[in-house]
Design a protein around this ligand. Structure first.
Ligand code: SAM
Length: 565
């Protein structure tokens, strides 16, 4: 697994790979990587650590709906707030969400050394220190601030990479302290070719009279794709100021929407002699001052299709093409995001939060309109958005506002480690859904979870933890087999061990906490579902191999064959 993952990373990285020799004692090819990679103290301890993180079950604490407030049962909305360390939380999300998240936004501690905030902006948070010492060992105490931060980030980024959909993207806010180190780690995990941009966010408009050297006004947002080849054109809905130019209508209005006029002549391109030709119109020959933007053939087709507007005004010919609001495929045209984001400032983040909690001590939340822009750029109506350093819950606020704006049904998952996950993060989301001050609520619902017991016990995760509810284990096994949501089956019609059926395969989990179970003829006689194949878990199998082959039965041994994510 670790080897397969490393090889995928090598492929992603665009690195120049030199194969040194064909096989070593373990039959793996040996590569020399000619790609710059970052090394730091403790790296070797964390590089595969994400695989050892225990899988904990999620314990539902309560649901919330804008209409009815808090409720004990699950809302089924798909919106989740998780209280806990994101390393374990992300691991617990894997069975259900691996490869399903369309957009991740994270705003991790920048490692500025500031401990006076509501959260520690470095890796000296007692919880993280304890984790570091556990994973890196005693020398964890001696690591530099940067080593610690990298040790903290690396396994979390590995899990986030797994959770992203093939066409998903990740945005990571960061400033100068860790910008360069993060860059190399991202190239290693996501692959250099998948870097879309390192966006610059101009976070304030001025000030800094006390700055000795330079007035710093910006920070960065790394923008990576899981697989850049899967990312289509990205754009934002036009705002009112641009929409007002789309004021003309013609016979194509129902399919293409209104249009604006754009000049066909250009003076700004390189000289291209093939773009210099006369357009023949009503017996006239119209020449460009320098050249046209389109080829002669394209212009001829446009004339036939009524896509050009040619007028004689003030003694001169003007040629404009119609730019419709919708493409010929019916996709609404949008604006591109600039690599420097201006006009949204930190102060807005503070006032967003203060208008909900006037006395809040939470410092420097991001402006929700900044995150809304990133989400709008990269998601569509039913996408899943994840923020595993959720802080005050700005990402959920942004998702809810965007859904309200465009009628979407995007869902969010937030993870926050501090106890204010309930009092600030979840509380803010409740207020946004129900309304606050003079703001109308967006509506909606979410479920609040804590991290529960680990599913496996033993030094090598070799046992199922008997303290975990059987229903949670069944849920996990179903996810691990099918990667689809588990619905408790109606076992009146089938064996109590029936998990469900998907694509002609029926799944059974013959498990008892206090006794050994067997897949035998008795167990089979309880099975009623007709399926093309049967996947059956039990402690032992007493059926002959040829019988299993004839009846398309696959045996999985408990706990050995229960997948470890
Ligand atoms: C910079 S703040 C995020 C602010 C957020 N973007 C907002 O607008 O409110 C970082 C947050 O990550 C949380 N955090 C740090 N380490 C974490 C971890 N290992 N697991 C979960 N949350 C963590 C901190 O408690 C803090 O709330």
């Amino acid at each position: 697994m670790a080897m397969a993952e490393s090889l995928t990373n090598i492929e992603n990285s665009e690195a120049k790979v030199v194969k040194l020799c064909t096989f070593n004692a373990h039959s793996f090819p040996i590569y020399l990587l000619s790609m710059p990679t970052l090394h730091w103290i403790g790296k070797e301890k964390v590089i595969n650590h994400h695989q050892d993180v225990p899988y904990r079950v999620l314990e539902h604490k309560y649901g919330f709906t804008a209409e009815h407030g808090r409720q004990p049962g699950e809302t089924g909305s798909g919106n989740l707030i998780l209280h806990g360390d994101n390393l374990e939380a992300l691991k617990s999300l894997l069975p259900e969400y691996e490869g399903k998240v369309k957009c991740i936004y994270i705003d991790p501690p920048y490692n500025t050394g500031n401990e006076g905030w509501v959260y520690n902006d470095n890796v000296n948070d007692p919880k993280i220190k304890k984790w570091l010492n556990g994973v890196v060992g005693k020398e964890g105490d001696d690591l530099s601030r940067h080593d610690k931060w990298l040790c903290m980030m690396y396994p979390r980024l590995k899990l986030l990479h797994k959770l992203l959909a093939e066409d998903g993207v990740i945005f990571i806010s960061i400033d100068n302290y860790e910008f360069n180190y993060l860059s190399l780690v991202l190239e290693e995990i996501f692959g250099r070719k998948n870097c879309i941009e390192s966006l610059i966010w101009k976070k304030s408009y001025g000030g800094g009279s006390k700055s000795k050297h330079i007035v710093n006004l910006h920070e960065y947002i790394y923008f990576y794709a899981k697989n850049i080849e899967q990312i289509n054109e990205l754009s934002l809905a036009h705002d009112e100021a641009i929409l007002k130019y789309y004021k003309y209508e013609d016979e194509k209005l129902p399919e293409r929407g209104p249009y604006r006029l754009q000049p066909l002549a250009t003076t700004s391109m390189d000289d291209r002699p093939n773009l210099v030709y006369p357009i023949k119109y009503n017996g006239e020959e119209i020449w460009p001052n320098k050249q046209w933007q389109w080829s002669r053939e394209r212009v001829e087709t446009a004339l036939i299709n009524n896509d050009l507007v040619i007028e004689f005004k003030k003694g001169k010919w003007s040629v404009n093409y119609k730019q419709y609001l919708k493409s010929s495929e019916g996709v609404t045209r949008g604006s591109k995001l600039y690599s420097i984001i201006e006009g949204i400032y930190t102060q807005q983040g503070t006032s967003d939060l203060r208008s909900i909690f006037p006395d809040t001590k939470f410092t420097f939340p991001k402006p929700s309109s900044l995150i809304k822009t990133l989400i709008e750029l990269s998601t569509s109506g039913d996408s899943l958005i994840l923020d595993s350093f959720a802080g005050s819950g700005t990402t959920a606020h942004a998702v809810l506002n965007l859904n309200k704006q465009d009628g979407g049904n995007r869902r969010f998952i937030l993870v926050e480690m501090e106890d204010y996950a309930e009092t600030i993060t979840a509380e803010r989301v409740k207020k946004v859904m129900s309304g606050y001050a003079d703001k109308e609520g967006t509506g909606g619902s979410f479920d609040y979870y804590e991290l529960g017991k680990p599913l496996f016990t033993g030094d090598n995760n070799e046992f199922l933890n008997e303290a975990v509810e059987t229903e949670k284990i069944r849920e996990y096994v179903w996810y691990s087999e099918t990667r689809t949501a588990y619905k408790k089956p109606d076992s009146l019609n089938d064996s109590p061990y029936f998990l469900g059926v998907l694509e002609e395969t029926a799944y059974y989990f013959i498990y008892e906490k206090d006794s050994q179970t067997a897949l035998d003829y008795d167990a089979l006689s309880a099975i009623k579902t007709k399926a093309g194949q049967y996947v059956i878990y039990a402690d032992n199998c007493l059926l002959p191999k040829d019988f299993m082959m004839t009846h398309n039965i696959v045996f999985r041994k408990i706990p050995r064959d229960v997948t470890r994510f």
